[in-house]
Design a protein around this ligand. Structure first.
Ligand code: MG
Length: 474
């Protein structure tokens, strides 16, 4: 059905629904009422890894163009510094501590995990499906690999990708320790590649994943040009072990990591070009961001957080602030930079709002609607950011100020949980690298953030962790 007829049909349906008094969403009769939504979500990409975010040698012409045609967001955060909780938050609009998708003993889901995203959660795909959107997930899932937790059980019409991280399921014969990562081969990791719920390849040929994800994404867009769609594209890269296709071998002066980012850049270019050639660019909102910061303990196989402190696994800004671009030609002003606060959970609420879909009201949502900020350059409606590691609220940002109540190093070295009383305080506008603790000079700010943290904690009801559930015995 052509797009205009589709919207008209929705308009009639909504009018009938309202007339019958059974609620439901309201649609108007033009294309902008049901923009397509595309979310490109990298894995472990650092704040400083793109040309348009200041990297001197990684070339990202397509992302640079996306930023010139759209809006660059400089203060945009994931909801957690590691994969599983971060992904859960993006797709539910809720902090992982509310959904059970975090833990203080197991930081992410593993192949021996029996848990996953609970069916009671309303994913972005489910909410958009209700509104008539076609939905696809292409890429790394990491929200539970058992059939009841896979994308097709969570509102996606189709799925193609790997169910957990590309460094899991390492075979016993692979080189020990980190040796396997320095010269990686796909066969060292017995990671399955799934189509919907079915295994189609094992081990997945990781050298071709970025290319094949891109082809699947392009195919989905072309097949759904007449109906509204939601495409969720969580890349497996640049999570270690690093892989890229032959065409990108040894092309970047930054080395293997640079090759990997340049292939992702190519992928973004293919997707935006497909939207243009299909005449969908004026009717598609594309978000580009990452699930957490760079994995610094992997040396030059990890990315860079630029001037931000530390990386993946920590609640320093380098662990959770992401290089983010939002693009919607004709609707989002071109070439703008927003310093307003945002989080991936806001993508959930903003997308539902733009699509005219129902925003769930029967539960606590942590996302806010950023559409005034990105469409009209109004100030962000978000005043604060909560930095969680597992179930612990480690730090809180309020405006320019960030207070750390606890800190902990990422994976190696001193992994002791340190408590700070008074908390460490940084002004992220004056000191984005979190170098100068100014708590002593600003007791009023410390008191204000402590109060905010206490009231936030009082509003969080603990739920059982999904990450601690073992695989059921057969
Ligand atoms: Mg990650």
């Amino acid at each position: 059905m052509p797009r205009r007829m589709w919207d008209q049909a929705w308009g009639w349906l909504a009018a009938i629904t309202i007339a019958l008094g059974v609620g439901g969403s309201v649609a108007s009769g033009d294309d902008s009422a049901t923009p397509n939504i595309v979310v490109i979500f990298c894995d472990d990409l650092g704040y400083g890894d793109l040309g348009c975010f200041g990297h001197p040698t990684i070339r990202t012409p397509e992302l640079d163009r996306m930023a010139r045609e759209g809006m660059k967001l400089t203060q945009f955060y994931s909801a957690a510094p590691v994969c599983t909780p971060s992904r859960a938050a993006l797709l539910t609009g809720r902090l992982p501590v509310r959904t059970g998708m975090c833990s203080d003993t197991r930081r992410v889901l593993f192949p021996d995990s029996g848990g996953g995203l609970p069916a009671s959660e309303i994913t972005l795909a489910e909410a958009l499906s209700e509104r008539g959107y076609a939905t696809a997930c292409v890429g790394k899932w990491h929200l539970g690999h058992l059939p009841q937790f896979l994308p097709t059980s969570h509102g996606f019409d189709s799925y193609f990708g790997i169910p957990y991280s590309n460094d899991m399921d390492r075979i016993a014969e692979a080189p020990k320790g980190r040796a396997a990562f320095w010269e990686p081969r796909s066969e060292y990791w017995n990671v399955p590649l799934l189509a919907d719920c079915h295994e189609v390849e094992r081990p997945a040929d990781q050298t071709t994943l970025t290319r094949r994800y891109t082809e699947a994404a392009v195919e989905f867009i072309e097949a759904h040009r007449e109906t509204p769609f939601f495409l969720y594209l969580p890349h497996s890269m640049p999570h270690v072990p690093l892989f890229r296709s032959d065409a990108f071998e040894n092309t970047s002066p930054r080395g293997l990591y640079g090759d990997v980012i340049e292939e992702i850049d190519w992928s973004v270019g293919r997707i935006l070009e497909t939207l243009r050639t299909q005449g969908l660019d004026k009717n598609t909102v594309v978000w580009f961001t990452s699930d957490n910061g760079p994995w610094l303990t992997f040396g030059d196989h990890g990315g860079s957080a630029g001037l931000l402190k530390d990386g993946k696994g920590t609640t320093w800004d380098g662990g959770m602030r992401e290089p983010t671009i939002v693009w919607w030609p004709g609707s989002i002003p071109a070439g703008r930079v927003s310093h307003g606060l945002g989080t991936t959970m806001d993508i959930y609420v903003t997308s539902l709002t733009l699509a005219g879909a129902d925003v769930p009201r029967d539960r606590v949502l942590d996302g806010v609607d950023l559409s005034p900020m990105v469409l009209e350059e109004k100030p962000s409606p978000r005043g604060e950011v909560f930095y969680y590691r597992g179930t612990r609220l480690m730090a809180v940002r309020q405006g320019a100020w960030k207070a750390h109540f606890m800190t902990q190093e990422s994976y190696t070295g001193n992994n002791e949980l340190l408590t700070h009383d008074p908390p460490l305080l940084y002004n992220l506008e004056a000191d984005p690298g979190e170098q100068r603790d100014v708590a002593e000079a600003h007791p009023d700010v410390v008191a204000s953030i402590a109060k905010l943290a206490a009231s936030h904690k009082a509003g969080v009801e603990p739920v059982p962790s999904q990450l601690e559930i073992p695989l059921p015995t057969p």
